[in-house]
Design a protein around this ligand. Structure first.
Ligand code: 5GP
Length: 189
């Protein structure tokens, strides 16, 4: 996706530990036009899969997931990182290690919004080591739901998440793939 690649090259900043900072259009400020195009691209790539629900993780996954849901006319559920007192119907929960924050957090989805017959598309901003994706896999396993595909705005191929997921047969689509952030330089595939 050329427009996304261009924005990454122009506005992305390399941080220590293999992290790309893209606060100007993904993780802090948002560009609705760009996110809408991202939603269209995910729709194009996943339209054939008979998906009936999109799942993401708060907070940065919500924007691309919402636009994808808008395009595909599907509901969007975001996994929460804290248990709200209003979640009374029971919930699925797992523990996820955060790559950027160096700590673990719970990932929670209410039993009301994830059912065994559902065919899920997981959307997130970044794919790094695949910990968030593994959390979603675990929660969908608990619910008995099927994961039909996973879409990421940015995948970092020098971390192992994409390899791990594809090895296990998951359909992974990434709109931009970063092969290296070495030497303060962003190398896109
Ligand atoms: P993973 O769970 O695949 O290890 O990491 C994915 C999650 O960590 C994403 O949801 C994203 O929020 C965050 N993340 C991982 N790598 C980066 C990065 O290079 N830049 C930013 N901004 N977030 C990242």
């Amino acid at each position: 996706m050329d427009i996304l690649r261009q924005r990454i090259l122009e506005e992305g900043r390399c941080l220590d530990g293999g992290i790309l900072k893209v606060d100007s259009f993904v993780n802090h400020q948002l560009d609705p036009q760009l996110v809408m195009q991202i939603g269209e691209e995910f729709e194009r790539r996943f339209a054939h899969l008979n998906i009936n629900k999109i799942i993401t993780v708060e907070a940065s996954g919500i924007a691309p997931a919402l636009m994808t849901g808008y395009r595909m006319k599907l509901p969007v559920v975001f996994a929460k990182k804290k248990q709200p007192s209003t979640m009374v119907a029971g919930f699925y929960q797992t523990e996820v290690t955060s790559f950027t924050k160096h700590r673990s957090y719970p990932m929670i989805i209410s039993k009301e919004y994830l059912k065994s017959e559902e065919n899920i598309l997981f959307i997130d901003d970044f794919l790094a080591h695949g910990n968030a994706a593994r959390g979603i896999i675990d929660i969908c396993r608990q619910a008995g739901a099927t994961i039909a595909g996973m879409g990421f705005m940015v995948e970092k191929s020098f971390q192992q998440g994409g390899y791990w997921l594809r090895q296990r047969g998951y359909l992974v689509e990434s709109l931009a793939i970063i092969d290296s952030l070495e030497g303060n330089r962003i190398t896109l595939r």
